[in-house]
Design a binder for this molecule. Structure first.
Ligand SMILES: [Zn+2]
Length: 147
C-alpha cells in the first residue's frame, strides 16, 4: 500500500466522519468525494437515491448491506440480481469484482461504489433496514439470497 493510498483512506474516513457529524453532504464534501472517487461517487449517490442500498439486520445484532442492481438501459428499473452485492462496513469488504481487483489487489481506489454508497447511507442514517430472524439472516448470508 502506497503512502498516497494510505492518505486517501485517511482523507475518506475524515470526510465520512464529518458527514456523520453534520448529517449532510455539503459542497466541500461533494468536491472532495468527487476528487477522490470520480464517477463512482455519482454512482454511489444514484444507488442511494434509487433505494438500492439496504441494511439487513437480525436480533443477534449482526448486519450486512445489500445493494440491488440498477439495470443499465433504464436506470429507473431496480431488480434484485441473482447474486446480490453485499458489503460489510466494520471491516470494509464488498463482494463485487471491482473491490477484489482495484481495492484489494491493485490498491488503485480505497473503496468501490457499493462500499461508498453503504458508508454514506449508513452515516447519513438514511439506510432502509430489512429485519430478519437470526435463522433467516444466517441463511441469507450463507446462500447470498436476497431477503
Ligand atoms: Zn462493490
Amino acid at each position: 500500500m502506497s503512502f498516497v493510498h494510505h492518505d486517501a483512506i485517511a482523507l475518506t474516513n475524515s470526510i465520512l466522519a464529518e458527514i456523520e457529524e453534520t448529517g449532510e453532504i455539503d459542497d466541500a464534501h461533494n468536491r472532495q468525494l468527487y476528487a477522490l472517487f470520480g464517477a463512482s461517487f455519482l454512482s454511489a449517490l444514484n444507488l442511494i437515491d434509487r433505494q438500492a442500498v439496504k441494511k439487513v439486520v437480525c436480533p443477534a445484532q449482526r448486519s450486512f448491506i445489500t445493494i440491488a442492481e440498477i439495470s443499465a438501459p433504464d436506470p429507473n428499473v431496480i431488480h434484485a440480481p441473482k447474486c446480490p452485492t453485499r458489503c460489510f462496513l466494520k471491516r470494509p469488504y464488498c463482494t463485487c469484482e471491482i473491490f477484489s481487483s482495484k481495492v484489494v489487489y491493485k490498491s488503485e481506489i480505497t473503496m468501490c461504489e457499493h462500499l461508498l454508497a453503504a458508508n454514506l447511507a449508513e452515516r447519513l442514517k438514511i439506510i432502509p433496514q430489512v429485519q430478519l430472524t437470526d435463522e433467516e439472516f444466517g441463511e441469507a448470508l450463507y446462500l447470498l439470497r436476497t431477503p
